[in-house]
Ligand binder design. Structure first.
Ligand code: GUN
Ligand code: ZN
Length: 435
């Protein structure tokens, strides 16, 4: 057993459902007990210290706040080298920067090196679970899961399905995409903390036959995810209309092929009609809100209140490399501004919820992750109140937890992440040299 002493903060429920005051738990001087990779107990140090079993190792984290590991509900591991590419919107950005970068993943050595860098970067930013796009190459999925498995992370990923409107070296066909996905599902899904996501890139790059087979996979194996993009960019939406004239709207393409439901996650969902919002909510599907990407690619403003009003599960995504930061603190910074522009205020506790328990609920993983309740995976982050001179100065003047949390999400990034734990093990420490 290992004890961590610090201020502890985690969410218990959606503030929308229970009110802000009842949505979180905070221990100013707290103790977090970890055993066998799980959280054993959490509480005030004053009450837990006297009853600690003998021989428990104790780590004291000073000037620090422990929060649950962040959950990223939409990111592309093959796009690390695409981040910060200039001057284009979605469709041109895909052709110019993204497809060439993804073609390099035919080489398993390249995939392995990229997976290693990517996961280290996620952990440096305090993200312990992510829903991840690989590329069309099965070896890209093998490389990713092998590395995630080595670190014992809870990760979800899948091979991209893309059988039209893409370069020759990035296309599968309906049958090969189905067969290769099947092999990968049998190899990885449910192994340790890994889960598989059936991953048609988006409607324009799959034929109806491929979408139909994606739906078949979902029905053949329990607990699979469906991960794709939806209604991100105006030109993309027009293209979907041309390619699928018989469908009512963008979401109807996916719905027609029975791709909606629990564990279906749609990235972006910016320009949706009421019927699309309704169907997302009624089916238990989730939408990934990706503010840094939506601003960077000029896609539009995500309407959180509207989606939540339709009962849609919403998680937070970085969408690297369309997104500009691996940091979920930075995603929250941008989310705050996106909502400001629409007259919505993102309360800091709601923000923490979106980055942790809300993401876990969007992924139907809240039984395992998302907060620090005993029995859950011991995935947590130690945030440093003194990470930068400015942060230290601003936090010294904060009079409430809410104010502190807000300053952390506006000013914080990877520098604020002192240490990251996954299944109770330290998987990143800021001052530990990288291997
Ligand atoms: N739509 C289809 N592919 C992509 C992608 O790689 N990134 C983003 N942001 N949107 C997409
Ligand atoms: Zn994306």
């Amino acid at each position: 057993m290992h004890a961590h002493r610090a201020a502890l903060l985690h969410c218990l429920a959606d503030p929308r459902e229970v009110g802000i005051e009842h949505s979180y738990q905070y221990f100013e001087d707290g103790l977090l007990l970890v055993e066998d990779g799980k959280i054993a107990q959490i509480g005030d140090a004053a009450s837990l210290l006297p009853i600690l079993p003998a021989g428990v190792k104790m780590t004291e984290h000073r000037d620090a706040l422990i929060v649950p590991g962040f959950v990223d509900t939409h990111i592309h591991y093959p796009q690390v080298d695409v981040i910060a590419s200039y001057g284009t919107q979605l469709l041109e950005w895909l052709e110019t920067y993204t497809f060439p970068a993804e073609a390099r993943f035919a080489d398993p050595e390249h995939a392995r090196a990229q997976a290693r860098f990517f996961l280290a970067e996620l952990l440096r930013n305090g993200t312990t679970t992510a829903l991840v796009f690989a590329t069309v190459h099965p070896q890209s999925v093998d490389a990713f899961f092998a590395e995630a498995s080595r670190l014992d992370l809870r990760m979800i990923a899948g091979k991209v399905l893309m059988d039209r409107n893409a370069p020759d070296d990035l296309r599968d066909d309906a049958a090969s995409g189905y067969d290769e996905s099947k092999t990968l599902i049998e190899r990885w899904h449910g192994k340790g903390r890994l889960h598989y996501a059936v991953t048609p890139r988006f409607a324009p790059t799959s034929t109806p036959e491929q979408l139909e087979l994606a739906g078949r996979l979902l029905r053949e194996y329990p607990g699979l995810y469906l991960h794709t993009h939806l209604s991100e960019n105006r030109a993309e939406i027009e293209w979907v209309k041309e390619l699928f004239p018989e469908r009512q709207h963008y979401l109807d393409v996916y719905d027609h092929h029975r791709l909606l439901g629990a564990r279906s996650v749609f990235a972006h969902g910016i320009h949706l009609c009421d019927d699309e919002c309704r169907r997302l909510g009624a089916s238990g599907s989730a939408v990934a809100f990706c503010p840094t990407s939506n601003l960077f690619l000029g896609s539009g403003l995500f309407d959180l209140a509207r989606l939540e009003g339709h009962g849609v599960r919403v998680g937070l995504g970085t969408d690297v490399g369309g997104g500009t930061s691996f940091s979920q603190l930075q995603s929250l910074n941008e989310a705050y501004k996106v909502l400001q522009l629409q007259g919505q205020q993102l309360d800091p506790f709601k923000a923490l919820y979106l980055a942790t328990l809300g993401g876990a609920r969007a992924l139907y993983l809240d039984e395992h992750i998302g907060n620090l309740q005993p029995g859950k995976d011991a995935d947590f982050v130690v945030l440093d109140y003194k990470a930068t001179p400015l942060l230290a100065r601003r936090l010294e003047q904060a009079r409430s937890l809410k104010e502190k949390l807000f300053a952390l999400m506006i000013l914080g990034d990877d520098r604020a992440v002192k240490e990251t734990f996954a299944a109770g093990r330290s998987v990143h420490r800021r001052d530990r040299p990288q291997p």
